[in-house]
Design a protein around this ligand. Sequence first.
Ligand code: GCU
Length: 344
Amino acid sequence: MLKEMLASRNLPALKPRDEMLGILQREVYGFLPPKPDDISFTQEKDIIRRFCAGKANCDRITVNCRVDGREFSFPILATIPNDRTKGKYPLFIHINFRPDNPDRYMPTEEIIDNGFALISLCYEDVTSDDGDFTNGLAGILFPDGKRPADGAGKIAMWAWAAQRALDYAETLGDTIDLDRVCVCGHSRLGKTALFTAATDPRFAFAYSNGAGCSGAAIQRGKTGETVADIVDRFPFWFCENYYKYANNEDKMPFDQHYLIASIAPRRVFVGSAEEDAWADPLSEFLSSVAASPAFEKGIVCPDRVPETGDRFPEGDVGWQIRPGVHYFSRLDWQRLIEFIKLHS
Ligand code: GCU
């Protein structure tokens, strides 16, 4: 049944990872900004000691980068369990909407209690979520205000910043298990999390929650948001080359299963919510199925249309759908944690 459903979507065949990534960068997100020429980290004074009932410290770190000879910095929050007898901690890098910790999309204490460390960053500390390309990282990359047609959009810039958060984690020595780092985010930041992992093989896991259009969901045959909708309201998330696919999805030499497949052979978990029709859970699921051949162990699921409450964590690419609306909920985190523990 799934085979026929996929056939009706007419998806382009998977290609080698480098080719898929090249297409996605050139045609959708723009090329990832260059690695910094230089990077350093400043520990700020406003550390919260004995956070989470004393189980963790929360440090505010300033990430200082030199990019193309220009200085750029942004803050991250590192919440690291105190108990040094437990070995190395797997790590979440959460690209968040807000600088809060905890946050309504980030149940910090519960994450710590599950044996994880957590680094979070607020996306607008990197560059604003709008068409202004003069501030933050955007202003550093395009100082003359001219962005080429394949120049980084805002998603690529937020992804680049999440990669710098991993650079910081690499300085933490034996505290962090660098073989178990997961980048995650919700909605526009779920799109960003997938692109972050696709372009940086240091991430062992990626999780996108409600990422939908131009994220986890295949566009061909998608319901809810279309390419035309998204480039009309949020053109700045993408490179200009993407705009020509508005109402023209059949001409795309790719579909979003390329994004998931570009993370192989590492692991990806995709989260959907029953009432998130704008993201289109079925197209997120079919995307995970279509990307599966790129992985050693593709999605493990029955050959039927999924039902609310289904979760398929066993393959290297997994998918789940919970009841409720577009939101990064505690249940999503619990299922993500379960996915990582299962594959550890
Ligand atoms: C809008 C947009 C979506 C996006 C969402 C979000 O709804 O159309 O593509 O995922 O915002 O980021 O919250």
